[in-house]
Design a protein around this ligand. Structure first.
Ligand SMILES: *[C@@H]1O[C@H](CO)[C@@H](O)[C@H](O)[C@H]1NC(C)=O
Ligand SMILES: *[C@@H]1O[C@H](CO)[C@@H](O)[C@H](O)[C@H]1NC(C)=O
Ligand SMILES: *[C@@H]1O[C@H](CO)[C@@H](O)[C@H](O)[C@H]1NC(C)=O
Ligand SMILES: *[C@@H]1O[C@H](CO)[C@@H](O)[C@H](O)[C@H]1NC(C)=O
Ligand SMILES: *[C@@H]1O[C@H](CO)[C@@H](O)[C@H](O)[C@H]1NC(C)=O
Ligand SMILES: *[C@@H]1O[C@H](CO)[C@@H](O)[C@H](O)[C@H]1NC(C)=O
Ligand SMILES: *[C@@H]1O[C@H](CO)[C@@H](O)[C@H](O)[C@H]1NC(C)=O
Ligand SMILES: *[C@@H]1O[C@H](CO)[C@@H](O)[C@H](O)[C@H]1NC(C)=O
Length: 406
């Protein structure tokens, strides 16, 4: 009988954690008003460093200085995506997940350590969501367009818009339609895209989770310098990218940008470097513009940022401007119409939230917020026993969260 019990337990454990996933390639026609910059694609490492010295110069705006106008850019592209749903079948609630710079869609479902860090496992298996993650236009297995004229923020956001519309319409072969609730989550540049998407189309989503995010542009230079960028095609795993796609030169540059002291397994740093993805010159030129726009999104907004985030907080989110408990909470002034606005700071974490030891706290915070604000699967309730508290590891520090509803 012992054998039977053990076998049954093993089967149960297997079944309980067996999300069903499917990879799909989605052809889209994306179109956007992109910037025209008086810049050329760097061909040497010296030119790449010169570009960063220009972009990161304090008191200057190289994007504005080189912007000569705008043009409507249209193209046909393939987007590589993964759809996952619970064992029991399609969920009523879909999350659309957009990764940030340095990663591809596997950011949300990291194979590292037997998927122990997977956000998708938690969302699908524990909370009952369906998820859709995709490689951003230009990145990973999606089409690698022209890194200067095409792969810019606005065209990528149009791709996200096209994907969302197709998911709503149920028109992607292999992915069911008819979801009752659609929400969007992003990380970093992917949060910026989610921000711009809802600024342009306020009714396209019901809840948004902006992780690794703020609208304070003062610290982008830290990220750019630390990144120590080189031509991506000089890194063996990225040899298929044309010039104008840049990648971290070494592991230390990945550590500076994404990891905080004491909050990570050294092996996952190696993993992040070995599986790193590039950033384009067009993205670097348009990264500031997309979050400087107002946003009348009427749904629930949740910002979740590591307290030691470098690109969005200069390594200290609690060193905030007067009148605000933390730097990300200054976004409140942009979200004029949000039904709920909640900022959660994960004190010990850096920018690469899903790769750090604190990831269970991050996931519980994101997922419970969705449930509490009507963006969970039908019939779901908050998982009060879930790992982590909203203040983050061992702390509920006053001022680390800033709830507000209207
Ligand atoms: C989807 O593609 C990724 C990247 O190639 C691969 O690692 C993963 O195993 C694939 N998943 C499925 C369910 O086929
Ligand atoms: C483009 O930049 C070059 C060198 O930086 C400058 O000489 C030229 O005048 C610029 N052209 C325009 C149209 O701004
Ligand atoms: C959402 O907004 C668009 C315009 O941006 C409008 O055409 C559409 O009817 C709206 N949909 C709903 C469900 O309100
Ligand atoms: C720099 O200029 C661009 C283009 O005009 C603009 O979109 C962006 O908001 C500016 N960035 C800052 C930090 O002022
Ligand atoms: C960003 O935050 C810092 C620290 O609180 C503040 O001094 C700075 O003015 C902020 N910058 C912007 C652009 O909001
Ligand atoms: C998964 O990760 C958590 C947090 O890093 C750690 O506490 C736990 O031991 C890990 N579990 C496994 C099975 O590796
Ligand atoms: C922010 O949202 C979380 C998840 O819904 C909620 O439990 C928490 O109470 C909110 N933060 C604060 C400080 O109220
Ligand atoms: C609640 O969270 C715990 C810990 O993460 C998990 O083991 C459990 O399955 C979750 N239950 C539900 C209903 O989500």
């Amino acid at each position: 009988m012992k054998f039977t019990l053990a076998a049954a337990t093993a089967i149960l454990a297997t079944v309980a954690s067996a999300k069903n996933c499917k990879n799909v390639t989605i052809p889209i026609t994306a179109s956007a008003r992109n910037g025209v910059f008086n810049a050329t694609i760097p061909t040497t490492e010296i030119e790449i460093t010169d570009l960063i010295l220009n972009l990161a110069q304090q008191g200057a705006n190289y994007s504005a200085a080189t912007l000569t106008g705008y043009e409507t850019v249209t193209g046909n592209f393939d987007i590589a995506a993964t759809y996952c749903e619970p064992d029991a079948g399609q969920s009523s609630a879909l999350q659309i997940l957009t990764h940030g710079i340095g990663f591809d869609r596997s950011y949300w479902d990291l194979p590292f350590n037997n998927y122990n860090y997977s956000y998708v496992n938690e969302a699908v298996d524990q909370y009952g969501f369906s998820t859709f993650s995709y490689d951003r236009l230009g990145i990973g297995q999606s089409s690698h367009g022209n890194p200067l004229t095409q792969i810019q923020a606005y065209l990528e956001v149009n791709a996200l818009y096209q994907l969302t519309k197709k998911l709503e319409a149920g028109s992607i072969p292999g992915i069911p339609g008819g979801f009752e609730v659609v929400s969007h989550a992003g990380h970093s540049f992917g949060s910026q895209h989610t921000y711009l998407l809802t600024a342009m189309y306020p009714n396209i989503s019901k809840c948004i989770s902006l992780t690794g995010f703020s609208q304070n542009g003062s610290f982008v230079a830290d990220f750019e310098f630390a990144a120590n960028l080189v031509q991506a095609n000089t890194v063996s795993a990225l040899s298929s990218y044309p010039d104008g796609y840049f990648a971290n030169a070494n592991m230390q540059s990945v550590q500076y940008d994404f990891f905080s002291p004491g909050d990570f397994d050294p092996n996952i740093l190696t993993y992040a470097y070995m599986n790193g993805q590039p950033v384009t010159i067009g993205e670097l030129l348009t990264i500031g513009g997309e979050i400087a726009v107002p946003n009348t999104f009427p749904g629930a907004v949740h910002i979740v940022t590591g307290g030691r985030d470098v690109p969005y907080c200069g390594g200290n989110c609690l060193a905030a401007p007067t009148g605000y408990p933390n730097i990300p909470s200054t976004s409140k002034k942009y979200f004029t119409d949000a039904s709920v606005f909640n900022v959660t700071i994960i004190p010990g974490a850096g920018h690469g939230l899903n790769l750090e030891y604190d990831h269970p706290t991050t996931y519980a915070s994101v997922l419970n917020f969705l449930l509490q604000n009507g963006c969970g699967p039908s019939g779901s309730t908050t998982n009060s026993t879930s790992t982590g508290s909203y203040g983050g590891s061992g702390s509920t520090s006053t001022g680390s969260s800033w709830p507000s509803s209207k």
